[in-house]
Design a protein around this ligand. Sequence first.
Ligand SMILES: [Zn+2]
Ligand SMILES: [Zn+2]
Length: 384
Amino acid sequence: MKDTIRSTVQEHLNEIFEITKYLYENPEIGNEEVKACEALSTSFEKHGFQVERGFCGIPTAFKAVFDSGKPGPVIAYCAEYDALPEVGHGCGHDLIATSALLAAIALAKELPETGGKVIVYGTPAEETAGAKVEMAAKNAFAEASVVMMAHPSPVSETSGTSMCLLPKMFRYYGKAAHASACPEAGINALDAVIQLFNGVNAIRQHMPKDVQFHGIISNGGAAANVVPDFAEAQFYVRAAKKATAEMAMEKLLKIAEGASLMTGARLEVCKFEADYYDLCTNQALCKVFVENQKAAGDTVNPAGDGSGSLDLGNVSHQAPCVHGWFGFGDASLILHSRDFADRTATEEGRQLLQRAALTMAQTGYDVIVNPELLKEIRLEFEAL
Ligand SMILES: [Zn+2]
Ligand SMILES: [Zn+2]
């Protein structure tokens, strides 16, 4: 590991850890991260970064840039800083934000010599509406050569995968009628929803093993003596890869149309939540990242099962990504708990901040000074 990166991280560690503690003491939920956004932006400006507040038209998003003015790769870090109701920073986003800040400060110090640019994207609301989804849809990450982030966790793990999640809402419009006196005059919208579920249940058997359909009836009529003229179902399609999820979604759309044909109820398909793509960890980038994580003093375990969905997934379809997990070395700790939040503001939190910042700064440096590595990263990304 480069001596000057070590010394810059050491020099600013306590100053930046004060910001971690400030975020811990002032937890704000998604899209309300006003204090966090301001504290981080102010620190970036103090360290010579240009900050664009309200980036992508999202009030608590920002983009902080340090440009050497010389050509070279663009190294990007993602900062998350939203907290959870009741448990505050139980997901450790106070450390995600500050490790991105400290890594960026350390890498910026090297740039006058190496060339290139460092960007930190301030990405709000990871726990709720996932601002990265909207930011990726606006191509915000396309200029980055690589994107990295560090997430606290009970024990350290390599960057793995997360599932693609595509939500859809199906609305059926029928015709109300007295259920006993003149049912023949009605069109039963609930029957369409029931046929939709039956069709989905029939097709599960013939889908790849990783495909999941999760559905609920969000409106099934108002009274048993009225033929329902409106019924609505919400579905999630999940799969390990975006292409598989999209294939399964096409089947679901056909079934939904079939239910409409069978019953005569008119179908309207709409979006009710954002699409989360699977996280594609760039293995060439991840290999260097893990070597640096070990050099920073961490013990790194293999990646977990990746059954959840992350908004960094959408970023990983736009630029090569790594999502490192940095542990407190305590497998009994539980994410999204008060205990986890408390741990972030302790000496162990300070050490985690140091390891994560060192790893990300050094990996950024390696990408800049090693064109062969960047080429390998790029080739892997383009083959996605
Ligand atoms: Zn979380
Ligand atoms: Zn989290």
